[in-house]
Design a protein around this ligand. Structure first.
Ligand code: ADP
Length: 619
């Protein structure tokens, strides 16, 4: 019998699963049933679409039997089955690349870990929590040979030729001391009802029952009971379903242990006939920001499973949505290529996006709940603003930002409702630190005039917000831009003239460190600040582009130094010649303006020696 060695990551994974999922070991049954259900789904699809499988007598079912005495539990299905190479590929390696990341995540509390198991689909291996040895007997549909895969879950596996009456797979677990409790009718029944009630194929339990015959003697009877409901949950009428039913179905669908944040069930009839059931998980799926994230929506046609691997079913920014789309209006043998450009499907997708966004709008009426949602998925909504032009207005209303006037967050709508009369724009400031943004000299004048400024401290905020010119009738303006002071008092020309020689002198000294030096109308307590010219990217944005490797595409644009004509330092400078003290002060004004924006100085030691010399003179 040839012996195959597990790939390293499988051995690692087995070890980790066995040790970290210990308190949840019953989930092994859910995982095996879900694999059987997938194999039945796949075969169902083939029998309808592929001539080769037309003659198969498809009577889908999952059967569970056990023997307490022999310490055996068997889960069988008559699904697609596996041949020898499928077994090597599927049961000896970890199929999905994302699974590698799972190994790193498998730490911390075991409840969280068992959620991850479902997300990564490493389910099969969980049976080694309860079994010392596992045999997988399988025959692939349309093939005559059967194979038996055997493993102790430690080192490797062997595959031998075998026999099986019909296509499908039987997984035979030789239970260990931890697993023996599962060779029990009530345990199995409980676990199936708990996790697999909505699997769409019947799950039967084989057991023996002792009754009395007419003479009062014990009579042992073999019995088979169906344990689950086995119907397409989403097709049930909405009025017959309770909140708890939706939660239960979500758990079977996703293997998530936690309840979803929201469910959205739509049964559309008319020009288009379709049902959708979407969920928003309460915790963001871990692979959300990986390029090989797993698609969250499954496609069914007339209740036949078509695919769970089509990322086009949802726009990428809604990749956290879980659920199903089932339509009567597509042929069963839709190919992947057809799916991509199919009119029916794009219409359903379009309606679904609108529906999800409108439900999120409703959710936003409850501030507390919505803030939980936004903490988890706000970044994706921002992505949406950037990507989805068609739904931009709806998405803009879903954004939330911190502000100088609020401890929580505000929407654009709340912002404009609270605007003072005559205010012309919506103001915002971008950066990477909430604290330094809130104390930035750039917003001093806005604070004093009680004008609200949105605080945008997420890395992607600047890119997203610069793609939004307006919210309804209001322009959006960054306060770190030269002309952002529409609602502030203008500096009058006589003052400007008076300070012209000074600004020129400072510019002369700072040379190519600045694009310009000018008098500010936004500073109250600080002597200086830096802003960018109207169409120039901020320094933070430039730094981000550099980090992303776009160094060459980004011209090196300089900031503008604004000085506060009402500040004592500035009025004293106005009377000075170009002495060393004056020059040092120019540099200190510029460097402190950079520092307060959280930016790095190009030469910190120069800054420190100037600061020390100023201190020395003042002591
Ligand atoms: P996942 O189901 O998430 O892919 P598993 O480790 O549970 O991960 O299963 C690995 C693979 O083994 C499955 O993708 C499938 O190809 C195959 N497999 C497991 N159980 C069965 C089964 N009952 N019938 C057919 N194939 C199966």
């Amino acid at each position: 019998m040839p012996k195959h060695v597990f790939k390293t990551e499988v051995s690692q994974l087995l070890h980790l699963i066995i040790h970290s999922l210990y308190s949840n070991k019953e989930i092994f049954l859910r995982e095996l049933i879900s694999n059987s259900s997938d194999a039945l789904d796949k075969l169902k699809f083939l029998t309808i679409t592929d001539k080769k499988f037309k003659d198969i007598d498809f009577n889908p079912r999952i059967d569970i039997s056990f023997s307490e005495q022999d310490k055996i539990l068997t889960i069988s299905d008559n699904g697609l089955g596996m041949n020898k190479s499928d077994m090597v590929d599927n049961l000896g390696t970890i199929a999905r690349s994302g699974t590698k990341g799972f190994l790193d995540k498998l730490t911390g509390d075991s409840k969280k870990d068992s959620n991850l198991i479902g997300q990564f689909g490493v389910g099969f291996y969980s049976c080694f929590m309860v079994a010392d040895n596992v045999e997988v007997l399988s025959r692939k549909a349309g093939e005559s040979k059967a194979y038996n895969w055997k493993s102790d879950g430690k080192t490797g596996f062997s595959i031998s030729n075998s026999d099986r009456d019909c296509n499908g797979t039987s997984i035979k677990l030789h239970l260990n001391d931890e697993g023996i409790e599962f060779a029990n009718r009530w345990q199995i029944d409980n676990i199936v009802k708990k996790y697999s009630n909505h699997v769409s194929f019947p799950i039967f339990l084989h057991y023996t029952d002792t009754t009395k015959d007419e003479n009062g003697d014990d009579k042992i009877e073999s019995k088979i009971d169906q344990m689950n409901e086995a119907s397409a949950f989403w097709k049930k009428s909405k009025s017959s379903l309770k909140e708890q039913d939706y939660i239960d179905f979500y758990k079977t669908l996703t293997n998530d242990f936690e309840e979803p944040m929201l469910n959205i069930h739509t049964q559309a009839e008319g020009t288009l006939d379709y049902t959708t059931l979407f969920y928003i998980p309460s915790k963001a799926p871990f692979d959300l920001f990986q390029s090989d994230y797993k698609a969250g929506v499954k496609l069914y046609v007339k209740r036949v499973f078509i695919t769970d691997d089509d990322k086009e079913l949802m726009p990428t920014y809604l990749r956290f949505v879980r659920g199903i789309i089932d339509t009567e209006d597509l042929p069963l043998n839709v190919s992947r290529e057809i799916l991509q450009q199919n009119q029916v499907l794009s219409k359903i997708k379009k309606n679904s996006v609108k529906k999800i966004l409108s439900e999120l709008k409703t959710l936003s009426d409850d501030k507390d709940k919505y803030s939980i949602f936004f903490n988890e998925y706000g970044r994706l909504i921002k992505e949406g603003v950037y990507q989805d032009f068609e739904n931009r207005d709806e998405l803009l209303d879903l954004l939330r930002y911190k502000s100088n006037k609020s401890d929580g967050t505000v929407s654009f709508n709340e912002y404009v409702e609270n605007m003072s009369k005559g205010q012309k724009c919506i103001y915002y400031i971008c950066g990477n630190n909430e604290f330094s943004l809130k104390s930035s000299p750039l917003i001093e004048a806005y604070n004093k005039k009680e004008i609200e400024v949105l605080i945008l401290d997420d890395e992607i905020d600047e890119i997203v917000i610069s793609s939004i010119p307006k919210y309804k009738d209001w322009d959006l303006k960054a306060v770190n831009k030269l002309d952002a002071g529409d609602d502030l008092d203008d500096v009058d020309d006589s003052k400007k003239d008076k300070f012209d020689p000074l600004t020129n002198k400072i510019k002369d000294i700072l040379k190519d460190k600045v694009k310009d030096v000018c008098i500010s109308n936004r500073l109250m307590d600080s002597p200086s600040c830096i802003v960018m010219d109207q169409n120039d990217p901020s320094i933070q944005m430039q730094e981000m582009m550099k980090r992303m490797g776009n160094m060459n595409s980004m011209p090196d644009v300089k900031p503008i130094l604004e000085i506060n004509p009402n500040h004592k330092i500035i009025s004293k400078m106005n009377k000075m010649g170009k002495t060393k003290k004056f020059k040092d002060t120019c540099h200190l004004l510029f460097d402190q303006a950079l520092l307060i924006e959280g930016l790095d100085l190009s030469n910190p030691s120069d800054f420190i020696s100037r600061l020390n010399s100023a201190l020395e003179k003042s002591l």
